[in-house]
Design a protein around this ligand. Sequence first.
Ligand SMILES: [Ca+2]
Ligand SMILES: [Ca+2]
Ligand SMILES: [Ca+2]
Length: 224
Amino acid sequence: MTALVAVAIAPHGAAKPFLTATNYPSGEYPSAAVVRDFNNDKIADIASANTNDGNVSVFLGEKDGTFGPANIFAVGAGAVEIASDDLNGDGSADLVVTDGGKSVYIVLGIGDGTFGTPSAITLHTDPIGIEIADLNNDGKLDLAIAIFGPSNNSKGEAAILLGNGDGTFAAPVFYPLSHNGYRLVATDLNGDGKLDLAWPFNISRPTEIVSPSSWGMAKGLFSR
Ligand SMILES: [Ca+2]
Ligand SMILES: [Ca+2]
Ligand SMILES: [Ca+2]
């Protein structure tokens, strides 16, 4: 078991201008985390994806900025990325987890900090980065998943899964990317009111990460 590191910011004017870290035990290799209010008490909570254990640790926030012990539940063979939003519109935050293998897991929140049984969506290879957004402007949240190819020099894909508004999704549609990439973001890049996708390229191509002009931009992707 390894630790998810949470930081407490030193009070304004405090003598030490450093952050103080508190370690909260999580699952093995917590590779990603998301902050959201999972028990609807208006206090931020943390959920971490624990890669090697294939589970998620949920830490409920306390009023004093500390967190309770992890509530851990299994998702699959791995858990490499995690994102959260209210996928079914019931007012409680839900989770999306990728396993880096072949699956994306949808985990609906109960609203008290616990979660239902994960449901798996199978993709053909290596789903990693997750973006939750209403990509087609129908008022229902959709998923864009960064599909990492079988090697660093492979070309990746974006998998688009349109939401049904109830926590289920239509079959994925795959769009080939010009290069590989771990993550993607959805934002309106050309100001036409429609979300576009952008992704930094593979870490083996560092100059393309630091220069925004070299990001792969999918303007008009969804009109193809
Ligand atoms: Ca909370
Ligand atoms: Ca929900
Ligand atoms: Ca939608």
